[in-house]
Structure formats: structure tokens, C-alpha cells
Write a protein that binds this ligand. Sequence first.
Ligand SMILES: Nc1ncnc2c1ncn2[C@@H]1O[C@H](COP(=O)(O)OP(=O)(O)O)[C@@H](O)[C@H]1O
Ligand SMILES: O=C(O)[C@@H](O)C(=O)COP(=O)(O)O
Length: 426
Amino acid sequence: MAILLGSIADDYTGASDLANTLTKNGLRTVQTVGIPDPSLALPDVDAVVVSLKIRSVPAADAVTAATSAEQWLRLRGASHVLYKICSTFDSTDAGNIGPVTEALSQAAGGGIVLVTPAFPETGRTVYLGHLFVGGQPLNESPLKDHPLNPMHDADLVRVLTRQSHGAVGLIDLTAIAAGPCAVKARLEALRAAGVTAAIADAIFEQDLETLGEIALETPVSTGASGLGLGLARALVRSGRISSGGTAPADVIRPVGGLSAIVAGSCSKATLRQLEVAERSMPVLRLDPERLLAGPDEIAAAISWAGDRIAAGPIVVAASAAPETVARLQSLYGRDASGHAIETATSIIAAELVARGVRRLVVAGGETSGAAVDRLAIPAFLIGPEIAAGVPVLRTVGNAQGDMLLALKSGNFGGEDFFAAALAMMH
Ligand SMILES: Nc1ncnc2c1ncn2[C@@H]1O[C@H](COP(=O)(O)OP(=O)(O)O)[C@@H](O)[C@H]1O
Ligand SMILES: O=C(O)[C@@H](O)C(=O)COP(=O)(O)O
């Protein structure tokens, strides 16, 4: 299986978001969970997205995992590797976008790396190096309250500089609007000046197509699904993409079984989606302090779900508003409480699957990673899009047999997302 494009995603929802974009733009794509076992039969594809859970781990651990994945991708033919980060640049000053980008660049021989989180389809645009979310500067958007990595600075050159060893430059919209030659010249000028990473402006898809064309001429880039769109369209234009592969419609062949939703995301979008879900299905709001106190809350949740799951879809949610999250974190610590709740929601998800759930929606990137890891799912085929950035996924090689999942990025999806997702999964 020789592939053309490899990607390493820093969380599992981000991986499925990118896999969705690559599929929509003509690339046969598969999403793996980590580096797959050699015995896992994967389809013949143009692109592989390796999901890692490295967005919020120590930088050294993220670098080790990412460089191993990069080696695996290069051995399978990838001439370009995209480090898929969040479109809202989710990270702290301790990393990991800078450290991983520099490690991947070094592994590929050095040079300069194009970096852009722009994803206009979901309202993420970059202008003069500043990231806007739906028109709000990043630091004024709900991302300022993220439980794990609150974003307090919209200037991405400053943000990336604080977590990088090398110099960070800017390719502004004027250069990008002038086309690929101008971008190439700007990139070369920055490289000659000792810059090792360049934040690139992007507001429209045309900007991303320009960036994708230039990025494809380099071994490594860092970005979100928007850059994935540019890379995919550049590959299709190059004529190197074969047709065929498993059609998304085939991916969502019915799997039967029961259905459930587990939410750990505390994003504004997810909180609203949970409110709407309460109008049509049973929703259990977990008590986070009881979750942290011991196993009783998990047992109670499993019992609650067991009494209802046969009658129709249910929701189990740890999600809470920023002020509630902050209070818990002040008592138990940010990382400790986040990890403990991810563990709890993953146990609940696994217990639901043990009771017959085969259609599962998980809301939250870290939450999805914990749940998918506990279910030991090795890979996914990419199905149709439910909402921008969120496809239906079909499991490959897992012990429970075929399942359909949706791994929803916290900030993605409309208010009726949960019902819309279940309506596509039978
Ligand atoms: N009530 C809560 N209080 C504190 N942290 C929470 C609560 N509910 C969930 N969390 C944690 O918040 C984090 C949400 O991150 P994630 O799942 O990536 O969602 P998103 O996709 O919105 O970023 C996880 O670590 C999760 O365990
Ligand atoms: O690029 C994006 O915004 C998403 O693909 C993503 O990474 C979201 O992360 P979570 O909000 O943690 O799911």
C-alpha cells in the first residue's frame, strides 16, 4: 500500500475531521489509531491519518510518538506529512505544536515549515498572523475557557514562538493573494533569514489551495483541515490520485445494535447540543466531584444507562459550563481532573458497548481518544459527513465487530448534531 500523503493528528476528533476533508476532496483515506499492527488489513488508500492523543501530553512524549508515526508513514511512501493540529491552535506555552513541528522538520532534513490552522468552513481564519474564530479573535472566543488549554493570545506568531526553538515568521495575505510564486518567494526569503516555521494567513479556500500547492513541495507542514483541503486538491490536480476505494455510502452499511452518546467536551457548542438533546432523549449529567471521589458515580451511570438503553439512544455527559469546570479544577487540578473524567467517560462508553451499543457518538477530542483507546479500535473507514468536520466512521479490526462512530470535535456541529448523527447510523 504506497500512500501519497501522511498525516499525524494530535487528537482523534481532529484526525477524523481531516480524514473527512481529504475524502471529500478526492483522496481515498483511512484513519488509524496510533501506528497499526502489521497484521491489520488496511484498504488501498491515497492518504493515512494516524490519530495520536498528544495534544495535552508533555512535549517530549508528543515528539516521540509523532516521530515514530512519521517514520511509519514515510516507509509507506508518504512524500509529505501534515501534522494535524486544532483549527483553534489548541496548545499551551509548553507545546506541543512547536516541538513536534520542529522534530518532524528535523527528521525530514530541516528547512522551513508552513503552518496555518485556517479552516474557513468552520469559521477559522488567519489574518496578519492573528486567528479569528467565527469573527472573534481567538482570545475573545469561547476557546479562552478551554478546560485543558485556554487560548489567551490570537497572535499565532507570538504563540508559536513561545513554544519553539527556531524563529517564526509570517506569510501575510498579500503574498498569498499574489499566488504560489509569491508565496514560494516569501517562504524562501524567510528560510534564508533563518526562520524555521512560517504562520500563513488564509481567509478563503483559494488561499488554502495556494498554500497546499506550495506545502506539497516540502516534506512537512503543520495545520488543520483547511491545509488538508489545499494539499488534497494539489494532489488531485497533479494527476497522482487513483479513483475507486470504498465509497462513503458503503461505509455506513447498517451495523444494528443499540446507540448512545458520551460527552466530555465542555465547549459552547457541545453544551448547547446537550440542551437540545434533552428534548428528545434521556440525558444523564454526571456529577464530576462524585466521579473524582470514587467508582460509585460510574456504577450509577452504567446502571442508569442499562435501564434505558434498550428503549432508544441515551446520553451520558460530564460536560459542564466554564465556571463549574474552573471550580472543580481549583479543587483537584486541571490535568488530574481532566484525565480522571476522561477515564470515567471511557469506562462508561466501554460498558455501553459491552451492553450492545454499536452506534456511538463521542463529543470531545480527549474524551474520544480515551474512549477509542479503551475500546481498542485500531482503525476507521471514513463515511459521509454529518456536519462540517465530523464524518461517520466505521471501525476496522476491532474485537466487537463492525461499529459506527462519530468522534465530534467539541466546537463542531449544529445544535441538533446528536440527533443528526444517530439518524445517519443504523
Ligand atoms: N465537568 C467537568 N469539569 C472539569 N473537566 C471536565 C468536565 N467534563 C469534562 N472535562 C474534561 O474537559 C476536557 C475536555 O476536552 P475534550 O474532550 O478534548 O473536549 P473538546 O473537544 O471540547 O476540547 C477533558 O479532559 C474532560 O475530561
Ligand atoms: O481542527 C479542529 O478544530 C478539530 O479537528 C479539532 O482538532 C478539535 O479538537 P477538539 O475540540 O479537542 O475535538
